[in-house]
Design a protein around this ligand. Structure first.
Ligand SMILES: Cc1cc2nc3c(=O)[nH]c(=O)nc-3n(C[C@H](O)[C@H](O)[C@H](O)COP(=O)(O)OP(=O)(O)OC[C@H]3O[C@@H](n4cnc5c(N)ncnc54)[C@H](O)[C@@H]3O)c2cc1C
Length: 416
């Protein structure tokens, strides 16, 4: 069923009785060409591009709960391509281009809003470093603008630039960046993949990976054994658990990240603002709530909830940047489990097991990557080798030393 303005009008006139379910709810078959574990943004996007770009439709996405309740539905929806390193920037630039056409591609409004992302800097040295990153972005074809403190103040009037805990020296602005509606991304990809013939099997937890020599034969699930020719893992915070089932010890740690949303306000923030020195970032949703967050909770966990010291830290950092923030009430907070890699960059590629493919290491930046990640993972699974855009995201780079350390934080996952 294609969505259109005409269809909307027609359904409104006949009492909304004609809508079909957005995706099918099939029982799993005995085997598939390709099984993707994880019905988050990345797993569902991979299924869509396997069907659309490679004609592979004998595909199942196995999800332990309902789709969209993992990190794809828990993030703060920031989409940007403001990286400086060659391994990262072309990949995220491709992702941003896919975002720009995504609603049309999926025939589903993902509410992508290019309202800009502004990273603040606080010292002359950091200003120089931002200039360098902005130049690198422009050399690779992305948009980037360097603002001084007055430019920041003009763009975001409520910011404390001079007398706050950390004075603001300027900022790096990417205007094509912005936010999107996270649930819609999961639902839009699910609907498009399902329409192409992919089985999206909810409430089907993978409990074991069955191998024969160096090949995967299939998976044990709460709905029985399901065979496959190729297996892709896209389980975000549960990556090390699934790796363990396959007999792989992976360079991933799981940490909790929290987010918060305030009561609704009239527009006060034009776009996303990140306050790196305070470990704080904020934007305003279409409903008017301020959506904000900060640093990782700092300990390993698989629980989707956070701790109070981090809540206090986020509120203090937010108040240092926006002195009026404490006048608002926080309506909700929640946590998600992050798959932190050693260098802060993702892994999309082959593994030492012949027909097992891995998509992981998204840290707290995987939402923006969803389209390109699905695109590249689908290519890797369909052809057996990486696309040039994900060639640098190899699993073995921690062994070979080819790290992509955008933050220059060294091999410490909790610092990226
Ligand atoms: C608070 C917070 C804020 C964030 N903010 C941003 C942001 O602003 N911008 C940005 O780019 N990124 C952000 N992120 C990161 C981003 O959300 C993630 O990197 C990304 O969503 C991970 O990919 P995914 O959507 O596929 O993950 P998920 O949605 O978590 O999908 C993985 C799925 O695998 C399923 N699964 C796990 N184990 C099994 C199993 N054994 N069997 C079957 N299914 C299984 C899970 O149930 C889950 O649905 C944020 C994350 C959090 C938590």
């Amino acid at each position: 069923m294609r969505y259109s303005a005409f269809g909307l009008l027609q359904e409104a006139l006949r009492g909304n009785r004609g809508w079909a379910p957005a995706w099918r709810d099939p029982a799993p078959k005995d085997r598939y060409d390709v099984i993707i574990v994880g019905g988050g943004g990345h797993g569902l996007a991979t299924a869509h591009y396997l069907a659309k770009n490679h004609g592979l439709t004998d595909v199942a996405v196995l999800e332990k709960g309902p789709i969209g309740l993992g990190n794809v539905g828990r993030n703060t929806t920031i989409v940007r391509a403001n990286y400086g390193l060659p391994g990262n920037e072309p990949f995220y630039a491709h992702s941003l281009k896919l975002w720009e056409g995504l609603s049309r591609d999926l025939n589903f409004n993902v509410m992508f809003s290019q309202r800009g992302v502004l990273n603040l800097c606080h010292t002359p040295a950091q200003y120089d470093q931002f200039a360098r990153r902005g130049n690198a972005m422009r050399l690779m074809g992305e948009d980037a603008e360097l603002l001084d403190a007055d430019g920041v103040k003009a763009l975001v009037p409520g910011i404390e630039t001079e007398d706050g805990r950390f004075p603001v020296a300027g900022g790096l602005l990417q205007r094509r960046a912005g936010t999107a509606r996270h649930d819609a991304v999961a639902w839009g990809y699910a609907r498009a993949a399902s329409a192409a013939g992919v089985d999206i099997v909810q409430h089907c937890e993978v409990t074991g990976i069955v191998r024969e020599g160096n090949r995967v034969k299939g998976v044990e699930t709460t709905r029985g054994f399901i065979g496959c020719d190729r297996l892709g893992l896209a389980v975000a915070g549960n990556t090390s658990r699934l790796g363990d089932m396959a007999g792989l010890r992976l360079p991933i740690e799981s940490h909790v990240l929290q987010a918060f949303v305030s009561e609704g306000l009239k527009p006060v923030l034009p776009g996303v603002v990140t306050y790196g020195i305070g470990h704080f970032y904020i934007s305003q949703s279409d409903k008017g709530g301020l959506v904000f967050g900060g640093d990782l909770d700092g300990y390993n966990s698989y629980a989707q909830r956070g701790n109070l010291p981090l809540v206090e830290h986020v509120m203090a950092a937010g108040t240092a940047l926006l002195p009026w923030l404490p006048r608002l009430r926080v309506l909700r907070s929640w946590g998600g489990v992050m798959d932190m890699s050693m260098d802060g960059s993702p892994i999309i590629g082959t593994t030492p097991i012949d027909n097992l493919y891995l998509n992981a290491g998204w840290c707290y930046g995987g939402f923006k990557a969803t389209p390109a990640s699905g695109w590249c993972f689908a290519h890797t699974i369909a052809t057996g080798s990486p696309h040039p855009l994900n060639a640098a995201f190899r699993l073995d780079r921690t062994m070979t030393g080819h790290l992509i350390d955008e933050e220059q934080a060294g091999p410490q996952p909790n610092l990226h």
